[in-house]
Design a protein around this ligand. Structure first.
Ligand code: DC
Length: 246
């Protein structure tokens, strides 16, 4: 009946009653939080468990950044950046249980996760024209079905009427360790200090930009993911969704 993500079923099997109730609702879930807080993994697992469309808005900002870098567009030139936004088409394609980012017809899932993109994405996402372009697209993507959308401004700006809002975070040390391990697993040659510096810089820009800074929406429930493995994170999120839809 439920599509329990592999390896994370233990806590979930205890929550049959909650899942039963949650299933009766149309779900629009806004999931916000800091970089490497476990947000995307949680969104992916919830999407699988509850059969929701998953929209990773960070991937959309990353895809715009990749386009600008690949086309040698100066990201400090806001007018130039605004003028090319209509050339950028972003969509998602489901492959097995994964959601792949497509930029102008090409799969770019790997390229958008490189440090080259990570180093510039916060600056690009601070440009108001980029934000309004993507927010418009995100609202269209979320319009029809039940959906989980993860990002920084989903509960506060993109989907303020979402019936579930969750804000996730963990300490910079824990997030650095997670991201560092992820990059090592991918064979990326990088030091932990470089990862910490990139995360701290992105936290700062994301939280202090003028347009739609990263904030916890007033009606969002905070989930500290620091000490939680994937299964417990999923179980805690199910409890929150149950409490917000009851
Ligand atoms: O979630 P992520 O690390 O892939 O996001 C990449 C960047 O995109 C992040 O530094 C902030 C930005 N972003 C944003 O400004 N608003 C969103 N809704 C999602 C991401």
């Amino acid at each position: 009946m439920y599509n329990i993500p592999q390896g994370v079923g233990i806590g979930i099997s205890l929550l049959k009653h909650e899942l039963e109730k949650i299933r009766k609702h149309k779900l629009v879930i806004a999931l916000d939080g800091h970089s490497s807080s476990g947000k995307s993994t949680l969104a992916h697992n919830l999407a699988q468990l509850l059969s929701l469309n998953h929209i990773d808005t960070g991937a959309m900002y990353r895809a715009v950044t990749l386009y600008l870098l690949n086309n040698d567009i100066d990201i400090t030139d806001k007018d130039k950046v605004s003028s090319v936004l209509d050339e950028i088409d972003i969509s998602f394609q489901r492959e097995q249980d994964k959601c792949i980012t497509i930029l102008n017809g090409k799969k770019v899932e790997e390229q958008i996760r490189t440090m080259r993109v990570s180093d510039h994405v916060s600056d690009v996402s601070a440009i108001s024209a980029v934000r309004s372009h993507l927010v418009h697209l995100q609202r269209k993507m979320a319009a029809s079905d039940s959906v989980i959308m993860d990002g920084r401004d989903i509960g506060s700006v993109v989907l303020p009427d979402a019936n579930v809002k969750i804000f996730v975070s963990a300490s910079l040390e824990i997030r650095t360790e997670r991201r560092y391990q992820e990059l090592l697993d991918k064979g990326v040659n990088i030091t932990k200090e470089e990862v910490a510096k990139n995360l701290a810089k992105r936290d700062h820009i994301d939280s202090n930009r003028e347009d739609s800074p990263l904030i916890q929406a007033e009606d969002a429930i905070f989930l500290d993911t620091g000490s939680l493995d994937q299964g417990r994170m999923l179980a805690e999120a199910v409890k929150i969704i149950h409490s917000q839809t009851a």
